[in-house]
Design a protein around this ligand. Sequence first.
Ligand code: ATP
Length: 231
Amino acid sequence: MLNINIKKLEIKSNEKKLVDISFDMSTSTALIGESGSGKSLTLKALLNLLPSTLEINKDIDSNFELNYHTIGFIPQNPFTSLSTMTRIKNQFFCSDEKKEEVLNLVSLDKSVLKKFPSQLSGGQIQRVVIAIALSRDVKLLLLDEPTTALDEENKNNIIDLINEIKDRLNILILFVTHDINSIKTICENIIILKNGEIIEKGLTNDILSALKEDYTKRLINSTFKNKTFRT
Ligand SMILES: Nc1ncnc2c1ncn2[C@@H]1O[C@H](COP(=O)(O)OP(=O)(O)OP(=O)(O)O)[C@@H](O)[C@H]1O
């Protein structure tokens, strides 16, 4: 079973602590918290993509290597993660056989390979982005609110797809989301961040059935429908 033990993850900016957390992951985990609580910085730290102006202190154990090949990232806005002037087939870095295999996994026909992103729907583009991530030897998939830019129907389809991939490929998922239904569908565990610290963590069922902190209740109960979309 895959496991990551984040014994220490501390991120500072000019002596100001932005994130100071530790957690263990051996299953799909939702990372939730209000704006500015440290969700994106946590994902960026795992991807080694923190700006050099920030100071990072991390101590992470895992039973697989953490690198570009093993960590996949699905961003909030799939439209910005593909190159608009490049056909889909040239946005993968793998064999043609692998391209078809991963497109099959995300239920897309191989005919999309010839197309440009502008010829695909939002849901199809997000599927392509997921397929590109899966074309590497991904063992940890980081998702940053991957359905925010999608309409209701595509949103549900992508959630079902992520859930299916998780079960089929047996990979770890760290899922930043505000959407209670996707947490229930996909995540066995929840971590709740506030001001860069973990204030609650545990099994999704336990946390949802006994909401302890008012802060958590507020996060869980809000629909975030009016959240402005960042590009
Ligand atoms: N490059 C940076 N330099 C200094 N401070 C930063 C930097 N990036 C983020 N921060 C600060 O760190 C804190 C955590 O930011 P982060 O982007 O991780 O929040 P978040 O939980 O992802 O919020 P959101 O839901 O709005 O995306 C915030 O107070 C933010 O202002």
